[in-house]
Design a binder for this molecule. Structure first.
Ligand code: ATP
Ligand code: MG
Length: 209
């Protein structure tokens, strides 16, 4: 990892259960559009919004992210949230990254547009927006939602948009497909597909959804 002032960093946080081409395409689109030197994929330890279903073990989600990012020299996987006790709050992660990369680091938090809107419900929104930029991924040709427009107006030059073509892919759909014995080919890297089968993930009936 590069350190020092001024590093342009992207953060792609998520459960990544499993990581898929939606995540990867979004990260690459944001990297090129915003000239990011590194995109850190950051699997959550215990996502605050997703405690209602069984999340796969951290080691599996981490290793799938490593496998998926291996072919992109600008992508790295961070264990910051996995290795920290308790719930993952983005604000804590951003503060930890500032401690590592310095106060001059330009941190861009990349997320689906829907997840950015959840931001309105996060704690310390003003603090968050002072600490980083937000890049909202939307489908090509779609208007920004009214809420997102309002957010952009309220925080000019802190909230941006990137258009990505692969938005219909979701981890939920992939888990369901595996459980039902349907193909997941071409929705995620082949290495991750084989990892899922090798470790028998997402086949435990009601445990996953
Ligand atoms: P789940 O279906 O379990 O919610 P997910 O596919 O939404 O999983 P997450 O790990 O929840 O994946 O998402 C991590 C981040 O990636 C979030 O910011 C989310 O908005 C974004 N994201 C998820 N799927 C896509 C996609 N197909 N295209 C672009 N961004 C995505
Ligand atoms: Mg999601």
């Amino acid at each position: 990892m590069k350190g020092g002032a001024g590093v342009r960093l992207g953060i792609m946080g998520g459960t990544f259960d499993p990581i898929h081409y939606g995540h990867l395409v979004t990260a690459e689109a944001a990297r090129t559009a915003f000239n990011l030197e590194t995109v850190l994929f950051m699997p959550n330890r215990l996502p605050p919004h997703k405690k209602d279903y069984q999340v796969s073990e951290a080691k599996h989600r981490y290793l799938m992210a490593v496998l998926a990012t291996i072919t992109n020299k600008y992508f790295e996987v961070s264990r910051i949230e996995l290795d920290r006790e308790g719930l993952s709050y983005t604000i804590d992660t951003l503060r930890a990254l500032r401690a590592i990369y310095g106060s001059g680091a330009e941190i861009h938090f990349i997320s689906g547009a829907d997840a950015i809107l959840d931001l309105l419900g996060w704690k310390d929104v003003d603090d968050l927006l002072a600490l980083c930029y937000f890049i909202a991924a939307t489908r090509p040709g779609y208007e920004l939602s009214e809420q997102l427009q309002q957010l952009q107006e309220k925080y000019p030059n802190r909230v941006f948009r990137v258009e990505v073509p692969a938005l219909a892919i979701s981890s939920t759909d992939i888990r369901q497909r595996v459980r039902r014995g349907k193909s997941i080919k071409y929705l995620l890297p082949e290495s991750v597909e084989y990892y899922i089968y090798k470790h028998n993930l997402y086949r435990m009936g009601e445990k996953y959804r």
